[in-house]
Each structure stands twice: as structure tokens, then as C-alpha cells.
Design a binder for this molecule. Structure first.
Ligand code: NAP
Length: 244
């Protein structure tokens, strides 16, 4: 059995890949999950070449059976879970009158519904880690849009508010079992997700994925008596650039 193990969703690029690398460097065996198999395999190969112990399990995490498959593969290969990172997410903008039901469902299912399912499926392993060292950790990637509503990104923002609220509830329900939960709430991060705005916002001025990973490194090092329910990553000047 690995000494420490983690699952990271949305691990094939951007924030998830940076957190997976950090967790590997900090001695975790890591199950990487994301939607497109080829892209995920490429990410896994890169981490393996850096000497890290990872496995890739592709799946659409909006589907319950795929969430269960990821957790089962992790359990079989590594047998324990110290850190769960619920990071997979998708943002599809639309004015309210043009919201498409399919896109509404994709965002709700990926950004929010997958998270309670992962908690439920992983609970026994998290409880075992919490009982062992009282520093089991679940990191849920929300967004700064989970702290204030956004025009045209209304569905995305609502799913991220749900992630923040869910994290607060889990904090109350599980922290005394040694399972800490933290919501990450970043403004624009330089990842493929922000490609749509890079004509207007210089990517070099955005938050870096390594900034997010460094805060997760800090979370790993906190003593059992300290919990951080939420971290907001803002940019100089504050606020999203399309906010008046
Ligand atoms: N970038 C930002 O400015 C920013 C700010 C605040 C919050 N966030 C949040 O940060 C998280 C990571 O995003 P990112 O910026 O790193 O973007 P990214 O590079 O596009 O990463 C998104 C990840 O989620 C995966 N994913 C999407 N839908 C999925 C599904 N149905 N099932 C499984 N995996 C799925 C993607 O896999 P595929 O590529 O194969 O679909 C990819 O690995 C998201 O939750 C996002 O909402 C991002």
C-alpha cells in the first residue's frame, strides 16, 4: 500500500495537473481523473517521467458510474486515500434567455453533482486516514464566481456557490473526524479554461496554476487543529475584469 495517496479530478491540464504534480512531489501516489483519455494519458506520462507514481482513469464525472469507477480503480491500486481534490469543472457562458438545458445539466453535473458523489464513495477511506493522522484533506475547486454572481456566467457561478456551501457543510460534518475540507476560489488563472479571454486579459497577469498548488502544499502542512474552509485568490485591483 502507498504511504499516502490522492485522487485529483480534472487532472489532465491547468489547476488539476499542477495540484497532482505537487501532491506527487509531496509523496502521494495519485489517481488522475479527467474526461478525455488521450489528454489524460499525456498528462500521466509527463508526471511519470518526473518520477511520480500515478495512474490515469478517464471518465465523464457527471456520471455516477464513472465516479464510482474512478474510486474503485484508486482503491484497488492504492488502498487508501489521504487527499481528494474535486477540481473537474466546465464553464459555459450564456445570457439567461439563451440557456440550453443540456449545457445547464453539464455544468451542474460536472461542477457540483460529482462532488457529493466523490465524498460519498471515498468516505470510508477518508475516515480511515482521518483516524490515522487527523489530516485527511478534501480540496474543492470553486471559483471567485462562487463568491459573487456573474452576468452571462450565471449557471457556472451558481454551481460554484454550491461548491462553497457544500464545503462549509462538509467542514461542519467531517472536520472533527480528522477530514478537513477547503474550497478554492480563484479569479482568472492562466489555464485552457481562460483561453476565451486571453485577447483582452494578458495571461501573464493572471494567477498561475503554481500559485494554487503552493496553497495546497500549505494546506497539507497545517497541524490537525487548524482548518482553512476557504481560500480566495484575487488579482491586483480585485474583481473579475468584466465586472463594472
Ligand atoms: N482558470 C480559471 O480562471 C478558473 C478560475 C476559477 C475556478 N476555476 C476552476 O478550476 C477548475 C479547473 O479548471 P482549469 O482552469 O484548470 O481548466 P482546464 O485546464 O480546462 O481543466 C479542466 C479539467 O476538468 C476536466 N473536465 C471537464 N469536464 C469534465 C467531465 N465531465 N468529467 C471529467 N473531467 C472533466 C477537464 O478534462 P477534459 O479537458 O478532458 O474535459 C480538465 O482536466 C474548474 O473547476 C474551474 O471551474 C478555473
Amino acid at each position: 500500500m502507498a504511504a499516502r495517496a490522492a485522487i485529483v479530478t480534472g487532472a489532465s491540464s491547468g489547476i488539476g495537473l499542477a495540484i497532482a504534480r505537487l501532491l506527487g512531489e509531496e509523496g502521494h501516489a495519485v489517481t488522475l481523473a479527467a474526461r478525455r483519455p488521450e489528454k489524460l494519458e499525456q498528462a500521466a506520462t509527463g508526471l511519470e517521467q518526473a518520477g511520480l507514481d500515478v495512474q490515469a482513469v478517464a471518465g465523464n464525472l457527471g456520471l455516477e458510474e464513472d465516479v464510482q469507477r474512478v474510486v474503485a480503480a484508486h482503491r484497488e491500486r492504492y488502498g487508501r486515500l489521504d487527499v481528494l481534490v474535486n477540481n473537474a469543472g466546465v464553464g459555459i457562458g450564456a445570457p439567461v434567455g439563451e440557456i440550453q438545458t443540456k449545457r445547464l445539466d453539464i455544468q451542474i453535473n460536472t461542477n457540483f453533482r460529482s462532488i457529493p458523489l466523490f465524498y460519498r464513495e471515498c468516505l470510508d477511506m477518508l475516515e480511515a486516514a482521518g483516524a490515522e493522522h487527523r489530516r485527511a484533506l478534501v480540496v474543492n475547486t470553486a471559483s471567485i464566481a462562487g463568491k459573487r454572481g456573474e452576468a452571462w456566467l450565471s449557471v457556472y457561478a451558481a454551481t460554484k456557490f454550491a461548491v462553497v456551501g457544500w464545503t462549509q457543510s462538509m467542514h461542519k460534518e467531517l472536520a472533527e473526524k480528522g477530514i478537513k475540507s477547503t474550497a478554492l476560489c480563484p479569479a482568472f488563472v492562466d489555464t485552457p479554461m481562460t483561453d476565451f479571454v486571453k485577447g483582452q486579459v494578458d495571461p501573464d497577469s493572471m494567477i498561475r496554476t503554481t500559485d494554487i498548488a503552493e496553497m495546497v502544499r500549505g494546506l497539507l502542512k497545517l497541524s490537525p487543529g487548524c482548518v482553512v474552509p476557504e481560500i480566495i485568490f484575487d488579482r491586483p485591483g480585485g474583481g473579475l475584469p468584466f465586472e463594472d
